[in-house]
Every structure is written in structure tokens, then in C-alpha cells.
Design a protein around this ligand. Structure first.
Ligand code: GTP
Ligand code: SPV
Ligand code: MN
Length: 590
């Protein structure tokens, strides 16, 4: 039996559960995390000693570390992710499902003795601000020191969570073991009715950091529906105009489709006087405020962002925040102890060590960093962090953006006619898949609200929940679709993106105030080039024109696919969305 350090809590629900899980997993040692600075140092030393982390050059990247995960374990495994509700109908057609008792039994067989020779870290954490009534407490039991360290960076972890929990039984029970990392024995399972998550066989981010996608989205979305709020895969930003007006925008883009980049946007010179500051880059919880507006907050305390493509040109704030106190996963290493990835500043070095630890030469056909390689840093590292990130009531949202990677069809920006139409556009949104999940890249799939991998219940009911929320918000935000990824015939992006997205953001904010012009099309309002501030934009005017176009033939095909998608979701799709589809189709006769 494990040597257990005396639990630093008298919460018997917690202590009994930890004991029970330890009896099953049989770790050599049970260690309760307090979240202190001293402990972080101790865990780092353990990770360095075991090889879980490698220290980077202290002058180049002070207090920064490198982690390499197993080559079969570098992205979220959606095919191994389950929502285990008592009935299949509750999980709906977009989630994998197994009956809870059967899944628990299968998992017990894998967890049995899985931590032999290892330490079980007890990681208590809070999602949300400790003094917010809406915060959720979770405890993750994990045998990965990398996971314990990452949660310390990305969430409020340790004693504060135990204090907040007190003697209550209301905490998420998360059990995680990397076990033998066998992809055939890998499962990420959610039990919403038990407020429990069991994940085994993976050490990768979203599969293993149970506080993030598993709790703050899949389990939270289930609570959100029952309690009348929204848990969304969104960034949250603050825009301050030259006149000093402060407004907030939340945006749902699928994984690796630009949330971190938009959240940290640096406006181009033509927008002197504008300031964009970040509140969050991945998860947003939203509630109706006393003044009738929708209020948003970021339940996380850090970033777990995509490294490739990050440079001083595309995201200077990210480059600054990665200068120190960062953990890098599956990027490449330089000969002088620093990190490197495709798209970073400057030419590629002659030689690198690639993400699998193999020697790499410039000109090699394979990427040196894995396309889904990532960085982990605290929010406080971001030089453009909004001070309002710590406001427990959240910030009022003026606009909701949704958008994926669409090489065709979807214009640069499209404003919905009303809430129902906005929910329709977001609920039928498509995006070409990326390296953030295992499987083929570049395949068009429907991704409602960019949340398809993260809704812990039936998708039709989720869309119904969005409609019900709209009816309850006295002053709802406007809903827009955006697309930074439309391509020309030659395969080049029509829109330069990144900082230049400020031009779209300004149009969005002005539309919310009835200021900017737009063109009415059968599928929504689009900006004409003359409606956008295009001063000093280094782009071909014909490309900009093409980026905002609504092509009737493309949209007829799009509506056909959207109709098929609603059919796939089945009978729980709200009638208003079916009617909306039929109305759009009838408005676009061949
Ligand atoms: P997750 O962390 O997986 O949820 O991703 P994310 O939505 O935060 O995506 P992120 O901002 O990290 O961007 C993913 C990739 O898209 C990076 O390689 C970026 O460089 C690229 N990207 C982001 N914004 C733009 C843009 O406006 N235009 C183009 N062409 N690429 C972009
Ligand atoms: C995503 O895939 O959407 C991510 C990374 O943000 S992970 O935390 O692994 O889900
Ligand atoms: Mn994400």
C-alpha cells in the first residue's frame, strides 16, 4: 500500500475518495499539492531528474522547460473520448457513448495497479476566480508530474482550492494515469451525473489536463444547460478605441483556428490609438448579468497555445510572454538549448533536434516541431493582459464571433439578421480539420459553435439551449461569422489575417452600434470593401473583394450540407433552426 502523507484537509469525502483510488491504482507514494512556489520548484526538480522535463538554456529562456510526449500521443483523441450518461440519447449523436457501469468496469481493469512504482499527485484546483460564486472546484489525481506542473501554471491550484471546497462533497473527481500509454487502452471518459472524469493512457494536454476541456467544457456545459448559462470554446478580448470606449468580444473558433492569435491581436499602424487586451484564449463561461447583458469570464489562469506559426510578425505579445517561465511541448530544440518551430522568426538553423528527438537538417521535408506542438504559460506572462480578467462578475460582451477554416464559401465577415439566425449560422458552421486532434487534416466537418468535441450532452439540445438563452437575454450580443482562411484559386489566403483582423473587429464593433455600413445578402450582412477601414493594407484590392463575396452557387451547396447536418443531429434539433434553414434555402432559388 502507498505511503500517504497526511492529507492537508479534513474533508472526508475527498480523503475517502483519494484512498479508494489509491487502493485501485497502487502508487508507491501519494503526494498532496499545495500550489506553492517552493513546491513548484520541487516538482520541477523531480521532473528534471526523471527526464519528464529538460531545462532550456537559462540565459535564453529563464526558468523554461521542454517536454516531449509519446509520438502516438500528441493531440486530443476524439475517437477515444466518451460521454457516459445513463442513456445514449443524453450523450447524443456527436459523442461516443458507453453505459456508465460498463465503462467504469472496463476502466477499473486498466487503472488497477497502473501507478505501481509511481507517485500519485493529488491536484486540487479552482476553475474561475476563487471569490466568484460561479467557480468550480475539481481535484485531479494524476501520476504525471508534467500534468501537476501544467495545472499549477494554467489554473488556480493547491491550498486555495481546498479552502474553497471546505467540507463540501461538491467537487469534480478526476482520475488520470498515463498507464502504459497504449493507444488501444486509452480512454477519456466523462460521467456528468457523477461529476467525474476518468482518463487513462495519454499524457497529452486536453486528454490529460482534466481541468481544461474535460471539466471546464464537457462537464461544465452539462451544468450550464441545467443552470441557465453557457460554457464555450471561446477567446475573450477587450477592445479600447482611441476615444477610450471599452468593449468586449468573445469568439468561438475550432482548435488551431486562431483564438489565441485574435485574443492577443496587435492593431496595425492605421489603427493607432486602438488597444486590444486579452482576457482568455480558449474557454469562456457566460451568464446573464443584472443589467440584462451577457457577461463573460475566463475560468483558466494560463494559456496552452499552438507554437507553430507564432512569431514577432504574427503574434508579438505571445513571443514576449514566452521569453521566460514557459513549458514547451513537442517543439524542436536548437543546439544551444533553445526552442524552435516552423514559422518562428528568422531562418531555420542548419541543425535541430526534432520533436521526436531525432537529428533534423534544414531543408528536411518533415517539420521539426509537431504541427500541434504547444506552449504553457501563466496569464500573467501576457504583456497585454486585461486587468478586468480578475473581475468576478465578468465583462459584458458586445459581439460573439464564430468562424472556422473555410477555403471557400464563407465570407471574411457575415453578420446575422437576429439571434436565431446567428445560432443557425454558428450551429451549422463548418471547418477544415487541423492537427489539434488526431486523424486527417483539412477535412470539412460541421462544428457547432466550435464546440463539437466539447459539449457533454446532446447537440440538438445544446442548440436549443442557445436559443433559450437568447430569449432570456434582454440585451443580447450580436452574432457574426468570420473566416480568415478563404483561399484564391492558387491556394493563397485572400486575407492577410493576424493583426489585420483588427479591420474586421472594428467593423463588428461599429455594426453593434449601428454605425458601419454593410451589404444585405440572402445569408446575412457582409462588409463591402468600402465598409472596412483598409488604409495602408498591403493586400490586392481584388483579393479583398473576393474575400467578402457571397457566391450564390457556393451557398446553395452550403445550405444543402447544412440541411444534411441538421438531419444527422436528429429529432432534438429545434424547429426554429429547421425553419431557418428552409427560409434561407427558399431565399436562394437556383
Ligand atoms: P487551440 O489552442 O487549438 O484551441 O487553437 P486556437 O484557436 O487558439 O488557434 P491559434 O491562435 O493558436 O492559431 C492556430 C494556427 O492558425 C497558428 O498556426 C496560427 O499561426 C494560425 N492563424 C491564426 N490566426 C490566423 C489568421 O488570421 N490567418 C492565418 N492565415 N492563420 C492564422
Ligand atoms: C484544443 O485542441 O482545442 C486545445 C488544446 O486548446 S487541448 O487543451 O489539448 O484541447
Ligand atoms: Mn482549444
Amino acid at each position: 500500500m502507498a505511503t500517504t502523507i497526511a492529507a492537508p484537509t479534513t474533508n472526508r469525502h475527498l480523503v475517502e475518495w483519494v484512498d479508494e483510488m489509491a487502493r485501485m491504482c497502487k502508487p508507491d507514494r501519494v503526494y498532496w499539492c499545495d500550489g506553492s512556489e517552493a513546491e513548484y520548484g520541487r516538482l520541477l526538480n523531480e521532473a528534471l531528474a526523471s527526464g519528464a522535463l529538460v531545462a532550456l538554456d537559462e540565459r535564453k529562456r529563464p526558468r523554461s522547460y521542454y517536454h516531449r510526449s509519446d509520438p502516438t500521443d500528441v493531440a486530443r483523441s476524439e475517437e477515444l473520448t466518451f460521454v457516459c450518461t445513463p442513456t445514449k440519447e443524453e450523450a447524443g449523436p456527436t459523442n461516443n457513448w458507453v453505459e456508465p457501469a460498463e465503462m467504469y468496469a472496463r476502466l477499473r481493469g486498466i487503472f488497477e495497479g497502473s501507478m505501481r512504482g509511481r507517485t500519485l499527485y493529488v491536484v486540487p484546483y479552482i476553475m474561475g476566480l476563487p471569490d466568484s460564486p460561479f467557480a468550480k472546484v475539481g481535484v485531479e489525481l494524476t501520476d504525471s508530474v508534467y500534468v501537476a506542473l501544467s495545472i499549477r501554471v494554467m489554473a488556480r491550484m493547491g491550498t486555495a482550492a481546498l479552502e474553497r471546497l471546505g467540507s463540501s462533497d461538491e467537487f469534480n473527481r478526476g482520475l488520470h494515469s498515463i498507464a502504459d500509454r497504449d493507444p488501444k487502452r486509452r480512454y477519456i471518459c466523462h460521467f456528468p451525473q457523477d461529476n467525474a472524469i476518468w482518463s487513462v493512457g495519454s499524457g497529452y494536454g486536453g486528454n490529460a489536463l482534466l481541468n481544461k476541456k474535460c471539466l471546464a467544457l464537457r462537464i461544465a456545459s452539462w451544468y450550464a444547460r441545467n443552470e441557465g448559462w453557457l460554457a464555450e470554446h471561446m477567446l475573450l478580448l477587450e477592445a479600447t478605441s482611441p476615444a477610450g470606449e471599452v468593449r468586449y468580444v468573445a469568439a468561438g473558433f475550432p482548435s488551431a483556428c486562431g483564438k489565441t492569435n485574435l485574443a492577443m491581436l496587435v492593431p496595425p499602424p492605421a489603427f493607432a490609438g486602438w488597444r486590444i487586451r486579452t482576457l482568455g484564449d480558449d474557454i469562456v463561461w457566460m451568464r446573464i448579468g443584472e443589467d440584462g447583458r451577457l457577461y463573460a469570464m475566463n475560468p483558466e489562469a494560463g494559456f496552452f497555445g499552438v507554437a507553430p506559426g507564432t512569431s514577432t510578425a504574427t503574434n508579438p505579445n505571445a513571443m514576449k510572454m514566452l521569453e521566460h517561465d514557459a513549458i514547451f511541448t513537442n517543439v524542436a530544440l536548437t543546439e544551444d538549448g533553445d526552442v524552435w518551430w516552423e514559422g518562428i522568426d528568422g531562418p531555420a538553423p542548419d541543425r535541430l533536434t526534432d520533436w521526436q528527438g531525432r537529428p533534423w537538417r534544414r531543408g528536411s521535408k518533415e517539420p521539426a516541431a509537431h504541427p500541434n506542438s504547444r506552449f504553457t504559460v501563466a496569464l500573467s506572462n501576457n504583456p497585454a493582459l486585461s486587468p478586468n480578467v480578475n473581475d468576478p462578475k465578468g465583462v459584458p460582451v458586445s459581439a460573439l464571433l464564430f468562424g472556422g477554416r473555410r477555403s471557400t464559401t464563407v465570407p471574411l465577415a457575415l453578420e446575422s439578421f437576429n439571434w436565431t439566425h446567428g445560432v443557425y449560422l454558428a450551429g451549422t458552421m463548418g471547418s477544415e480539420t487541423t492537427a489539434a486532434k488526431t486523424g486527417a487534416v483539412g477535412v470539412l466537418r460541421r462544428d457547432p459553435m466550435a464546440n463539437i468535441p466539447f459539449v457533454g450532452y446532446d447537440m440538438g439540445r445544446y442548440l436549443g439551449h442557445w436559443l433559450e438563452m437568447g430569449a432570456r437575454i434582454p440585451h443580447p450580443p450580436r452574432i457574426f461569422l468570420v473566416n480568415w482562411f478563404r483561399k484564391a484559386g492558387d491556394g493563397k489566403y485572400l486575407w492577410p489575417g493576424y493583426g489585420e483582423n483588427m479591420r474586421v473587429l472594428e467593423w463588428v464593433l461599429e455594426r453593434c452600434e449601428g454605425k458601419a455600413g454593410a451589404k444585405e445578402t440572402p445569408v446575412g450582412w457582409t462588409p463591402r470593401p468600402s465598409d472596412l477601414e483598409l488604409r495602408d493594407l498591403a493586400a490586392d484590392p481584388a483579393a479583398v473583394e473576393a474575400s467578402v463575396r457571397v457566391d450564390r452557387a457556393e451557398w446553395r451547396e452550403e445550405l444543402r450540407l447544412q440541411g444534411r447536418w441538421l438531419d444527422e443531429l436528429g429529432p432534438t434539433v429545434p424547429r426554429a433552426l429547421r425553419l431557418q434553414h428552409d427560409l434561407l434555402e427558399a431565399s436562394l432559388p437556383a
